[in-house]
Ligand binder design. Structure first.
Ligand SMILES: [Zn+2]
Length: 429
């Protein structure tokens, strides 16, 4: 391999118009920093003149040259530049002057395309803009400009919607919630909308064609009523699936509130009830009943089941609520809708008012919970995306401009997100 090809490989460039001589590498101080300069010569060969179109048989002649410094990605952690000596040409036929061009650097740009690609590649990870800018020896504005180029054409994304989508929201700017929706199968974010008000969301989804919207069959969401109105309004063929995690969270929160209420009344067992709250929330079948151990707050050797039973025996209301909680949990775990329906339709006496409220909510969302137990979709993938969004925001100490945040999130959770089939798993919060 000739030395020219080796240098091109080293710089990850392919343009054979770039020519390097023996002393191609130099060190120099630029902006008070030790930097690496790669010297190159750029020429073009013309078959005809690009301006007047005359065939080049000696009509285009060399006409001086000009040198410019182009930023390239760091080499050995040193700021690196490509010092290009560009050949200038003159067409004798039309008297136009031309400068040699290359694919590696845009016309009149001082930043190589390699650097620009690298900036986009870096932005897939949770790193602040300032770090990416510093690492590529460019300004923050350059980083943002390159990221915005990837997502400038808004109309492009209005033509397709997947079969199943997840919807959720997160705090994007100061006191403003952003609406976020993604593909339930691959986990790729489709779009972000700054407003989650119902009328604005309906307006937003009306931009999609009706045939596109009608192809959506499932919408996974948490128990937020305006979203149900939204789905009925814009996705006519879609079934609503309530996320399983949020159902379990609802009933476990009400059990916890009941326990705290009981705890405050009973000063004798306060510490016991507080310390072992996780055992109450655990599915009863997963409790350990064979290992006798010494537990803090208890004098005798006990098992986990003993502790739960001891706590329940202190308070009748807590016991009733706990039994109902465990029954609902069991039916959800077994994905048995008829059992679930039977449990929530019964009337209960002696349960806490918190559980009563949750029970009413469950009755209200009953038909959607049926879909949850029959379909394999969950909002887990969405929560993961939301976490990435929050981290990107946090690491950058917040964004002032929503479109900048959106570009960054979409690059990291759409373009560079590996496709992964969503697996449903049963978890207790
Ligand atoms: Zn010409």
């Amino acid at each position: 391999m000739s030395i020219n090809n080796s240098i091109l490989k080293l710089l990850n460039m392919k343009d054979s118009n770039l020519i390097f001589d023996e002393n191609f590498c130099q060190e120099r101080n630029i902006k008070n920093k030790r930097s690496l300069i790669i010297k190159g010569y750029l020429k073009n060969e013309f078959e005809y003149c690009p301006c007047c179109g005359c065939i080049n048989n000696g009509t285009i002649i060399k006409y001086g040259s000009k040198t410019c410094l182009v930023k390239i990605p760091k080499i050995s952690e040193l700021d690196s530049y490509l010092e290009l000596k560009k050949q200038k040409y003159l067409c004798k036929n039309c008297n136009k002057r031309m400068t040699a061009v290359t694919k590696e650097v845009d016309y009149r740009c001082r930043i190589s395309n390699n650097t620009k690609h690298s900036i986009i590649y870096y932005s897939k990870d949770i790193l602040p803009h300032t770090f990416i800018a510093k690492n590529h020896n460019v300004s923050n504005v350059t980083v943002q400009r390159e990221l915005n180029k990837v997502y400038d054409n808004e109309t492009l994304y209005k033509k397709y919607l997947p079969e199943a989508i997840c919807i959720d929201e997160f705090t994007a700017m100061k006191r403003t919630m952003a609406f976020n929706f993604c593909d339930a199968k691959t986990g790729k974010t489709i779009d972000l909308v700054l407003d989650r008000k119902l009328e604005n969301l309906i307006k937003y989804f009306r931009y999609y064609l009706k045939e596109t919207r009608d192809k959506v069959k499932f919408v996974v969401m948490d128990m937020y009523k305006p979203y149900i109105t939204l789905v009925k309004e814009v996705f006519e063929n879609a079934k609503i699936v309530i996320d399983l995690f949020h159902i379990v969270q609802l009933i476990s929160k009400s059990l916890n509130k009941t326990r705290i209420q009981a705890m405050k009344k009973d000063k004798m067992n306060y510490r016991k009830m507080k310390r072992y709250y996780k055992l109450l929330l655990k599915p009863r079948l997963e409790l350990d009943c064979s290992k006798w151990k010494k537990y803090i707050c208890f004098k005798h050797l006990m098992t986990e089941v003993d502790i739960v039973d001891y706590i329940l025996n202190q308070n009748e209301e807590l016991k009733n609520t706990y039994n109902l909680y465990q029954n609902i949990l069991y039916s959800l775990q077994r994905k048995d809708y008829s059992l679930f329906n039977e449990i929530i339709e019964n009337e209960y006496e002696g349960i806490s008012k918190y559980m009563e409220t949750s029970l009413n909510t469950l009755r209200e969302f009953k038909e959607y919970i049926k879909n949850t137990l029959e379909q394999p979709y969950s909002n887990g993938i969405m929560e993961r995306n939301n976490n990435t969004c929050k981290l990107i925001k946090r690491v950058a100490f917040g964004f002032r401009n929503f479109s900048n945040l959106k570009a960054r999130i979409l690059i990291s959770t759409n373009i560079f997100r590996k496709e992964r089939s969503s697996k449903i798993s049963f978890t207790t919060p």
